[in-house]
Design a protein around this ligand. Structure first.
Ligand code: RIB
Ligand code: CA
Length: 341
């Protein structure tokens, strides 16, 4: 696989180009994928890409408390499955709080329901009553191929799966996580939401030995849907386009009021799009650690400088996203929505 073309980097730092370690699905060999999420407007768009694209074989969806409480993220995920016409998709609810800390939610971003802005269909999905960790274990054990995990919320469920099922870790091909940041924060100046909510879970996941990609705010803040893109969704003329246009118009309110931006950032969709398009996101190899203190709780410390890693005796344990072809991303997202009724 050719090294991705280093896209215009959003940061001033000239990162060394690095060949991605995340696998890419193809039509001939779709990637078996499990999405763990906290819908969440951008989670909903990420699930849409996974269902729409032939390069992905979505095995199941698990939900975690994050953007909203667990009952709400679980219900929202099931409504998204109904909208996408996959009512038999296995789905399970997971952790209703982080590993250690009290739950912190984001009604100020996504609304009280967690998916405000549109009339969604009634919930669907084949509910796995034994819970998220058991569903992930069941799907991974049954898969003939190693499975990719795409966590799009706090890493609580993934950390609990890793702790409970060490015998299955060799069947996890990669973890593509939307979370963290090199130099940005959206809850505090230091921390991105998914990392802030459960920083302890990050340490478990990133020290597990499973190859990881961290798709942080440095790149997802460039994954934009503005008025023109939302209008393109509406002009698709299908129900999915209409509903996602309504959802993004609501999601844009937070971005306008908080940042004075005239677009919304579709964070989670990048972590899934990275698995279908090898030329979308540029990465750097780095060591990632989570800050557990109070002042910088949830900050992801990303050390990408090879000589410094050697001096510290650290190995680069992750790919970290450092660039994205933003127009390509918007087209990929809109084309995915276009495939639905
Ligand atoms: O910081 C953005 C992340 O937090 C996204 O995953 C969003 O859905 C929220 O979970
Ligand atoms: Ca999310």
């Amino acid at each position: 696989m050719s090294a991705p073309k280093p896209n215009p980097l959003p940061l001033s730092t000239p990162f060394p180009p690095a060949v991605r370690r995340a696998p890419v699905g193809t039509r001939e060999k779709p990637l078996p994928l499990i999405i763990d999420c906290d819908p969440g407007h951008d989670d909903a768009m990420a699930i849409t890409i996974a269902v729409a694209r032939p390069e992905i074989n979505l095995l199941g969806v698990t939900t975690v408390a994050g953007n909203a409480t667990l009952p709400r993220t679980f219900e929202n995920a099931r409504r998204v499955l109904a909208l996408l016409g996959v009512p038999d998709m296995p789905i399970a609810a997971g952790a209703d709080r982080p590993l250690v800390r009290p739950l912190f939610t984001a009604a100020y971003v996504h609304g009280e329901s967690g998916l405000e802005g549109a009339e969604m269909p009634a919930p669907a999905g084949r509910v796995h009553e034994a819970g998220a960790v058991d569903l992930i274990a069941t799907l991974v054990a049954a898969s003939p191929e190693p499975v990719v995990l795409a966590p799009l919320g706090p890493l609580t469920n993934i950390a609990q799966f890793i702790t409970a099922h060490p015998e299955l870790l060799s069947k996890i091909a990669h973890i593509s996580w939307m979370g963290g940041a090199i130099g940005e924060g959206n809850v505090t100046a230091a921390a991105e939401f998914n990392a802030y909510v459960d920083p302890e879970a990050i340490q478990i996941v990133f020290s597990s030995g499973i190859p990881c990609t961290m798709v942080g705010l440095d790149v997802t803040h460039l994954a934009r849907m503005g008025d023109a893109e939302v209008a393109r969704l509406e002009q698709l003329g299908n129900r999915a386009g209409k509903i996602f246009a309504e959802l993004l118009r609501y999601f844009a309110i937070f971005h306008r009021d908080r940042y004075n931006w005239n677009f919304c950032a579709i964070h989670d969709a990048v972590a899934v799009a990275h698995l279908v398009d090898p030329d979308l996101v540029a990465v750097v190899h780095a060591a990632v650690d989570a800050e557990l203190g109070d002042l910088q709780r949830g900050r992801t410390v990303v050390d990408w400088l090879e000589p410094r890693l050697v001096e510290r005796g650290r190995l680069a344990n992750a790919d970290v996203a450092v660039g994205i072809d933003a127009p390509r991303f918007a087209n990929l997202l809109i084309d995915a929505v276009a495939t639905f009724d």
